[in-house]
Write a protein that binds this ligand. Structure first.
Ligand SMILES: [Zn+2]
Ligand SMILES: [Zn+2]
Length: 255
C-alpha cells in the first residue's frame, strides 16, 4: 500500500518503457501515484495518464523553471483541466532560486497567481522550493494558502521551518535524498516532525535513493525511503507505510 505522492511519468526518460513500467508498479506494492505536472504541456499528459491508469491521479500547474513565458490563459487551462475529478492538486508550483531559469519576480508572481487559482478550485498545492525558503514562506502566508493546505515537496529546509509549515497544516515531502550520506539536515527534520505530517515521494525520474543513486528513479524505490524513515524514527516499516499512505489519501481527498 505505497502512496507515491510525487512523480513525473510523463517525462521523456520514460518514453522507452512507460507502459511496461506503469503496468508493473502495482505488483511492487504501489497503490497510488500522483503524477505532477511541470508545465502546461505536461499537465495535459498528466491528465491523460490519470485517465489511462486507475491508480494514477494528477496535479496540474507550472513549475518555477517554466514560468518565464506563462500567461493568464494558462490559469484558465489549469482550471479547465481540474474539471476532471482525478486532478487532485495544483502543482508543482513554487520558487527555484538555485537554477533561476525564470526571473525571481516572475516566479513570485506566478507562484502567487497559481495559489489563488488553487484557492478558487479548493485544491491543495504541491510546492517546489529550492534556495528560496524565506520568499516561499512569505508568499504562502500572504496568500493565506493554509486554507487549502498542501505539501512542501522534496523538503530541504530547516526543522524549525518544517514545524512552522506543519502548524499551518502542510505536509513535508520526503524522498530519496533522505538516504544520502550527507543529508543530515533532512534526517533531523524527519526525526523531529511527526509521521502524521510526512508524505513519501520519489520525484521520478530524478533523485533515486541509495542503493540506486544516480540511476533513473521509479516508485518501486520508495521501499528504501520508507526503510530509512523507519530507522530514523525508530518505527517499523509497516507503521511508516501505513501512516504516509493515510496522510496522502487525506490530503488529496482520495476515498
Ligand atoms: Zn520539484
Ligand atoms: Zn517534481
Amino acid at each position: 500500500m505505497i502512496f507515491e505522492s510525487h512523480a513525473h511519468y510523463d517525462d521523456e526518460k520514460f518514453d522507452i518503457d512507460r507502459d511496461d513500467l506503469l503496468e508493473r508498479l502495482p505488483d511492487e506494492g504501489v497503490e497510488y501515484i500522483i503524477n505532477v505536472a511541470a508545465n502546461i504541456d505536461s499537465a495535459y499528459k498528466c491528465v491523460e495518464l490519470a485517465k489511462k491508469y486507475d491508480y494514477i491521479y494528477a496535479a496540474v500547474g507550472v513549475h518555477p523553471d517554466d514560468v518565464e513565458n506563462m500567461k493568464k490563459e494558462d490559469l484558465k487551462t489549469i482550471k479547465e483541466l481540474s474539471d476532471y475529478d482525478k486532478v487532485v492538486a495544483v502543482g508543482e508550483i513554487g520558487l527555484d532560486y538555485y537554477y533561476e531559469n525564470s526571473s525571481k519576480e516572475l516566479q513570485k508572481l506566478w507562484f502567487s497567481e497559481q495559489i489563488e487559482t488553487a484557492k478558487e478550485l479548493q485544491l491543495p498545492i504541491i510546492v517546489h522550493s529550492r534556495d528560496a525558503a524565506k520568499d516561499t514562506m512569505d508568499i504562502i502566508k500572504s496568500t493565506d494558502a493554509k486554507q487549502i493546505g498542501g505539501v512542501i515537496h522534496c523538503y530541504s529546509g530547516s526543522s524549525e521551518l518544517a514545524r512552522e509549515y506543519v502548524k499551518m497544516g502542510f505536509y513535508i515531502g520526503v524522498g530519496g535524498v533522505v538516504t544520502f550520506k550527507n543529508a543530515n539536515k533532512l534526517k533531523e527534520v524527519v526525526k523531529e516532525i511527526s509521521i502524521d505530517n510526512i508524505l513519501i515521494e520519489t520525484d521520478s525520474p530524478y533523485l533515486a535513493p541509495v542503493p540506486n543513486r544516480g540511476k533513473r528513479n521509479d516508485s518501486s524505490n520508495l521501499k528504501y525511503v520508507i526503510q530509512q524513515i523507519a530507522e530514523l524514527k525508530n518505527m517499523s516499516y509497516e507503521e511508516i507505510l501505513k501512516s504516509t499512505y493515510e496522510n496522502a489519501k487525506k490530503l488529496f481527498r482520495i476515498k
